[in-house]
Design a protein around this ligand. Sequence first.
Ligand SMILES: [Zn+2]
Length: 522
Amino acid sequence: MAVRRTPSFVTEIPLVTTSEDLAVLTARLEAGRQLYNAVLSEGKTRLDLVRNSELYQEAKTIPRAEKKARSTAFSKAKEAYRFTEYDLQSFANQTAIASDWIKSHLDANTIQKIATRAFKSLERVGFGKAKKVRFKQKGSFTSLEGKTNKQGIRWTGDCVEWSGLKLQAIINNDPVILHGLNSKVKYVRLVRRVINRKIYWFAQLVCEGVPYQKPSNIINNGIVGIDLGVSTVAIVGDRKTIWTPFVPELASKQKKIRRLQRKMDRQRRAGNPDNFNSNGTVKKASQRVGRVPRLEATGLSKRWYRSHRYLQTAAKKREIERRQAAHRKSVHGQLVNRTLTFGKNIKSEKVSVQGWQKIFGSSIGFKAPSSFQSHLCRKAESAGGTVLMFSTRKTALSQTCLCGNKQKKSLSQRIHHCSICGLKMQRDILSAYLSRYVDPKTETLSIQSARDGWLGMEQSLLDGWQSGSKQSASTATSSKSPTPRSGIEWMSSNPIAREESEPRRVYETHVVSWNPPDLSVG
Ligand SMILES: [Zn+2]
């Protein structure tokens, strides 16, 4: 079945809901959740059967080069055990018909989309992209979507209609929203969000076309080299350089979250003293006793008593996490837009979050560097640009000088000062600059072009360094850079993870200009 794909974007609009509406929506969401879990469970069984089948094992032996034969063989195995999107959709239909309750709450299109959703998450396991599927607990299933804008959940211009429900939308004059409203709606998704412990519903209109582009964010056609570090990012375009702290605003929220996590841990220990060993570790599930009350209300683990105060702290933490995520999204988005005004042809090292976490601890994940990178790539590609993500090991840009000299730097050494040619430059900016000259085919640096480009770009790099240092100095008081965990080899040779030291307040502003030492040799 060939699916015609057109570009789409999402416009999110808040909805007005009365308490009756909320009750109906809650019931429908719960029906959706149960159906989703049922389909997921059935699909999981079928997937296991597929994987253990002879057909599948045979398909695996076909060499990867024979693409067509291989994929046909896999499809045959899947069809034999009815593990296809279509089969799961018909299973979902049967399940819904068998239960009057589900049938009375969901329409045919929504049921199909729930089956598709379950199928997709199972497919990820099948392809080895995920280790397991997650069944949705109460409260973690938060959206339902339609299939077309003709039946089921529909957008009618100023409200959402769905089997007897009519939810008025709150529309303002934001050009982003208006652009969405003037586009063709493919289908509508209803999303439930908890904001400050209150429930709100939003309509996400999945529209055909490309999202609104602010006039100030016009995408250019240049090349951009990026060096993304734990606490700073260097972005080098054809004429301009930015060197700026990487989402420093999020650090203070992270601190609050950590504090609440510790509080929750204390409250849990106080409420369940019998569930811990004398050395403070948690007892095995079979040994836990706990108290019985409130279990039904929380719907979670069977032997944990969760006090009222504990639940309050948990709600508080969730709210801060939600705000942090929203903030992160907007800060990332701004940085993406700013980068694309420099150019849509992106060249950057692959970020390895695991590499970072080895050195700084898992908490560094809150900055979500990979999500920033994929956001940037997605947007650059949809604007017709190119994206090159090369491996750090091959290029080792952070150790390379313009003269070709390779010098290992410790992670704390933030300035590149070549002992051979005397070049001095902030190390992230230099890496980002060199990224621009990585050859897409070989994924290696073509140093001659980097040298040729230097004279024209040097001033822009220096300007970026200088304005970045001023910025670091002003934010240094409000946010601290991460510090490496102790016990890790400090002079790590792992070039993926780099540490940013506390931003220095004073940089030398006069920088020795780089004179090509002996171009005849190079
Ligand atoms: Zn050098």
